[in-house]
Design a protein around this ligand. Structure first.
Ligand SMILES: C[S@@+](CC[C@H](N)C(=O)[O-])C[C@H]1O[C@@H](n2cnc3c(N)ncnc32)[C@H](O)[C@@H]1O
Length: 311
């Protein structure tokens, strides 16, 4: 397929993560432009794949790209925190052998200026799902100072969040990401590697798409599902997301879940859901870094679930 708009990150490492899966189902929670999905289908010829995405453009593209795999593939539109629940009810969960989530935005979403993800955009949108009720326009033009301060600090890690929030309030309404980033440029950290408005755009995007809530929802559904022998691989691009994945895996790997202050173990000491496969995050190698600049901040963590779950 020509003009594939997104180069998948950590592609060799993703294939490696799922290489032992010989049959059953792998769920790609962020099928996007079908890059990882098609590689998984090629590398695991007896595996079926369910792809999820909330972006109609991505769904249309990947449906066409993955058509050649016929009945081995089905694609569902929606937020993965919701769709995963439906899938867990619909399929025999003993067949679910792998779960991939490559969270964040795709290159196409960033490059198509009318989607409003870029600081050069003439719109202020940033919704991955164009039907979602909250866009960047409402966040920027209607949020209170306190709410803006919170998202700038938490999601953008911008220490001068109060100054930036005041500047937004004084200069709004904003109609485009470009006018917003131009107006706020003097308040932004002037790093050499990234555009000054990158962290501001990131903070607004995470809020608009509830990206942290989505990740927590997905992990919580997997925890409750008691999957036996499923490999979970999550690729994240933000330190907050990576921390959520790391902490969740550590909790899943705990055998004893007694309160810390307990004098002796009464929980049975057999509560681990499986084990952490990647003690350190897996990151792009030198060659990939040269080929694909997006891989710079990608971190993948893998957990192997083994099906014990009384939690
Ligand atoms: C980084 S791209 C994935 C690219 C894909 N792995 C590939 O190889 O083409 C992330 C994709 O996930 C989708 N996405 C992000 N968060 C989502 C969520 N909570 N629910 C459903 N789709 C989501 C985005 O719309 C985007 O298409």
């Amino acid at each position: 397929m020509k003009n594939i708009p997104h180069v998948p990150v950590l592609y060799k490492e993703v294939i490696d993560a799922f290489k032992e899966i010989k049959d059953g189902i792998i769920i790609d929670c962020t099928t996007g432009y079908g890059g990882h999905s098609s590689m998984i289908l090629d590398a695991n010829p007896h595996v079926n794949l369910i792809g999820i995405d909330q972006d109609q453009t991505a769904i249309d593209f990947s449906s066409e790209r993955l058509k050649k795999y016929g009945k081995r593939v089905s694609i569902k539109k929606g937020r993965f925190s919701v769709v995963i629940e439906d899938i867990l009810k619909e399929v025999d969960i003993s067949q679910i052998k792998g779960i991939l989530a490559d969270i964040g935005v795709s290159s196409l979403q960033l490059d198509h200026k009318e989607r409003g993800f870029s600081y050069e955009s003439e719109t202020l949108d940033m919704r991955m799902n164009k039907d979602a009720p909250l866009s960047a326009y409402e966040v920027v033009n209607e949020y209170s100072k306190k709410e803006l301060e919170r998202i700038l600090l938490e999601y953008g890690e911008l220490r001068n969040n109060k100054k930036i929030a005041s500047a937004i309030i004084e200069n709004r309404p904003f109609k485009s990401a470009k006018s917003l980033s131009d107006a706020l440029k003097p308040h932004m950290p002037q790093g050499k590697k990234i555009h000054p408005a990158t962290l501001l755009m990131q903070a607004i995007r995470i809020e608009v798409n509830d990206e942290l809530g989505e990740l927590k929802g997905l992990l919580s559904s997997l925890e409750k599902a008691s999957l036996s022998h499923a490999t979970v691989a999550v690729i994240s691009f933000h330190s907050l997301e990576d921390r959520i994945v790391k902490k969740t895996y550590a909790k899943w790997a705990k055998s004893c879940i007694c309160p810390q202050e307990a004098m002796r173990c009464t929980c049975g000491n057999n509560n681990a859901l499986g084990k952490v496969i990647s003690k350190k995050p897996i990151m792009a190698d030198k060659n990939e870094l040269k080929e694909n600049v997006r891989s710079r901040s990608a971190k993948m963590r893998i957990f192997k679930m083994s099906g014990i779950n009384e939690r």
